[in-house]
Write a protein that binds this ligand. Structure first.
Ligand SMILES: Cc1cc2nc3c(=O)[nH]c(=O)nc-3n(C[C@H](O)[C@H](O)[C@H](O)COP(=O)(O)OP(=O)(O)OC[C@H]3O[C@@H](n4cnc5c(N)ncnc54)[C@H](O)[C@@H]3O)c2cc1C
Length: 402
């Protein structure tokens, strides 16, 4: 133990583990506290759901030297096809048109987590405290203190990466804006009858948006959003009936759906913290913004928080400044505010627009999709935003060391 720490990160999920890796190797004293055992089968969100990593996120992992342990399990997305069930509009994005090898990659949260944990295990300058649950937090002028069951730790900067129900965020009374959707995401890995040809399908159906993303071994990651009241019944269907239901919503672009892996349900709501910093504390990842998975942007937004925060902190430390000062953290906040707010608002607008079945709105949506299809500059802007390579990019997002 090297108390007081320079940085304590609470939460060893994808955001917290990535930040610990990004900050390591620069002479900082870092602690990573995770409530579960820090193993691939025990960290709650390192499960089998497919995560669409934007091209910009892949560049961050490359710069963090973790992509080499992810690449074999990651399938490139070369095209994105957006359509509405029963509608005439569609739009597509294409990697070649954008001049990139892939618009993004799909990897299971388990494989992504395994690569992060492998990298963490080879790092000497991080004290991993797991299992260890933070039970109280106290901020003073010079240090922040966190209490675990059997010890108290102190730090110059406390990072809350402890997920949507963040205990640290609640203890520090950060303002939170919430929206309930009354929807559940059903995730399962599906084996289709036809090759996916690296196309990610986003289909808006009357029963909610459905994504079918290309995975390794010619599987597809299904994320289907349904009303809460339908979720229990769909989750309990046998495999044949479940596949029939998915097929009815998705159509036949991937031939007859053959097999479905384990199904999981995730109740959905949106959470947004407008001001993510205080003196000696910052919230990142799902603790700062929890999104509907309709556009697959939740973790992509979180990893951009990681890249920007690592850069701001390391710049401050290298010029002899205290990284926990509000003035330093406000630089991070100003950098991240626009991206966070835009992605939260656009994701919400997408969910609500496509949840409405009124005929004029359906017409407008389909005309909008067709207009997008016919307007390459608009498509290009949307593609760059979806790839996470717009605006002022941190060094890691440019593939450079932090
Ligand atoms: C169905 C579904 C599909 C998704 N698809 C995509 C996608 O395609 N692309 C994408 O970018 N995102 C996607 N997401 C979002 C993505 O999964 C999340 O953004 C990401 O998992 C959040 O990671 P995190 O580290 O911020 O939080 P979490 O994964 O919630 O990690 C928080 C960690 O903190 C620990 N913790 C909590 N409290 C304490 C405490 N008091 N003390 C110590 N530790 C504590 C927890 O044990 C946990 O390990 C999807 C989400 C869902 C539900």
């Amino acid at each position: 133990m090297k108390q007081p720490y320079d940085i304590i990160i609470v939460g060893g999920g994808m955001a917290g583990a990535s930040l610990a890796i990004a900050l390591s190797g620069h002479g900082l004293q870092i602690a990573l506290i995770e409530a579960a055992d820090l193993k691939i089968d025990t960290v709650p969100n390192y499960d089998d759901r497919g995560i669409a990593l934007a091209y910009g996120s892949q560049r961050i992992f490359s710069a963090l030297n973790t992509w080499s342990d992810m690449a074999a399990d990651a399938e490139p997305i070369r095209h994105i096809h957006v359509s509405e069930q029963g509608g005439f509009g569609f739009a597509h994005l294409d990697a070649e048109e954008e001049g990139v090898p892939a618009l993004g990659y799909v990897i299971t949260a388990r494989n992504l987590g395994a690569a992060l944990l492998k990298r963490l295990s080879g790092i000497q300058d991080i004290d991993v405290i797991a299992p260890g649950r933070v039970q109280w937090v106290n901020i003073e002028e010079d240090l922040a203190h966190v209490g675990l069951e059997d010890q108290t730790l102190s730090t110059r900067l406390l990072v809350a990466a402890d997920g949507g129900n963040s205990f640290v965020r609640q203890q520090l009374c950060f303002e939170v804006k919430r929206r309930e959707y009354g929807q559940t995401a059903i995730a399962a890995n599906i084996t289709p009858g036809l090759a996916h040809r690296n196309i990610a399908f986003e289909r808006f159906t009357r029963n909610g948006p459905m994504a079918m993303l290309p995975m390794t071994e010619q599987r597809c990651a299904l994320v289907w959003t349904v009303k809460d009241e339908m979720a229990g019944e769909i989750l309990s269907l046998n495999e044949t009936r479940f596949l029939e239901r998915v097929q009815r919503q998705f159509g036949w672009r991937l031939g007859k759906l053959q097999r479905a892996g384990k199904r999981s349900g995730y109740p959905l709501s949106q959470l947004y913290v407008p001001d993510t910093v205080q003196h000696r504390a910052v919230v990142i990842g799902n603790a700062a913004h929890t999104l509907h998975p309709v556009a697959g942007q939740g973790f992509n937004l979180g990893i951009r928080d990681v890249a920007a925060l690592a850069e701001v902190v390391l710049q401050a430390v290298s010029s002899g400044k205290d990284p926990g000062l509000l003035a330093i953290l406000e630089r991070y906040q100003e950098w991240r505010r626009k991206d966070q707010r835009t992605v939260v608002q656009l994701t919400d607008a997408l969910v609500r627009s496509f949840s409405n079945d009124l005929l004029p709105l359906r017409m407008a949506r389909n005309i909008g999709l067709l207009a997008l299809e016919g307007l390459p500059p608009a498509r290009h802007t949307i593609a760059r935003a979806a790839m996470g390579i717009h605006g002022r990019l941190p060094r890691l997002s440019r593939g450079l060391p932090v």
